[in-house]
Ligand binder design. Structure first.
Ligand SMILES: O=C(O)CCC(=O)C(=O)O
Length: 265
């Protein structure tokens, strides 16, 4: 394992962010969401989470061994409030996706993970676990984590094994206890990590803080999306989508996912 355990300093410079993704497997971009936009997006997420609880539809972390009631997942936030379209198709995310994965690419999923007081860790993993080994030498996906709350070591910030992307393989059982570093970032930041970085949710050791992150996952267009947009997307999102959005949703396509030999839209 690489002995350098540093993670990159936050940057708003896209050239630096791309260099950080190459060198560290991740980049931290502060102040992307701020003020009213951040507040409204955060409120929309907590409202969706509460509604799921009230209707008995709440989901827990699928990567946990135990049923962890301190953790809540909100799936397919894209269909829950238009504010999440602004995250999934944010120009910053799309710029990074184009630079790292090429174009066309797909939005595979966008879901939230809220960890509450006493929340447990999830299993150490890399997001491209579905890629058969040996892995290609370039990342097959990119995760953009929108910090709707501040991410701190205490409240369960995502933790990573620094430089693990360079190993170009998924973690094995014997890697589970490797030292990890908390990726701390202010609310409104985007933490971007490429798909080979080993990471997990941290323990939430606070008495009274929740930590909400919205994770937008993108992949090269040869992989199936995690969320089945054709079944689960609210119709008006497609109806009013830009060309870029249609590509990311797999509706405007060539070669894969065609309809009678041609792009469906
Ligand atoms: O909640 C987190 O910090 C990490 C979530 C995660 O790793 C995932 O959704 O794959």
């Amino acid at each position: 394992m690489v002995s350098d355990t540093s993670i990159p300093a936050p940057t708003t410079d896209m050239t630096q962010a791309l260099a950080d993704l190459e060198a560290h497997g991740l980049a931290i971009i502060p102040d992307v969401l701020a003020g009213e936009t951040l507040d409204r997006t955060r409120d929309a997420l907590y409202r969706a989470a509460e509604s799921d609880q009230q209707r008995g539809r709440e989901q827990r972390n699928p990567l946990d061994y135990a049923y962890d009631v301190t953790n809540q997942r909100v799936a397919n936030v894209l269909s829950r409030d238009p504010l999440f379209e602004d995250l999934a198709f944010h120009s910053l995310a799309v710029e990074l996706v184009k630079a790292v994965l090429g174009w066309p690419a797909l939005l595979g999923n966008i879901s939230a993970n809220i960890t509450g007081p006493g929340g447990g860790e999830i299993r150490l993993h890399a997001d491209q676990l579905f890629v058969s080994e040996p892995w290609p030498d370039r990342p097959q996906g990119l995760n953009v984590c929108w910090c709707l709350d501040e991410f701190t070591e205490e409240n369960g910030a995502t933790r990573c094994v620094p430089h693990s992307h360079k190993l170009n393989r998924p973690p094995q059982a014997e890697d589970a206890d490797l030292p990890t570093v908390a990726i701390e970032a202010p609310a409104g930041s985007a933490i971007v990590f490429e798909s080979r970085v080993w990471h997990k949710t941290g323990f939430n050791r606070t008495a009274d803080q929740t930590r909400a992150g919205v994770f937008a996952w993108y992949s090269r267009n040869i992989y199936r999306t995690q969320e089945n947009w054709f079944l689960s997307l609210k119709p008006e999102i497609r109806q009013f989508a830009t060309e870029e959005m249609l590509v990311l949703l797999g509706c405007q396509t060539e070669g894969f996912g065609v309809m009678n030999g041609a792009s469906p839209v």
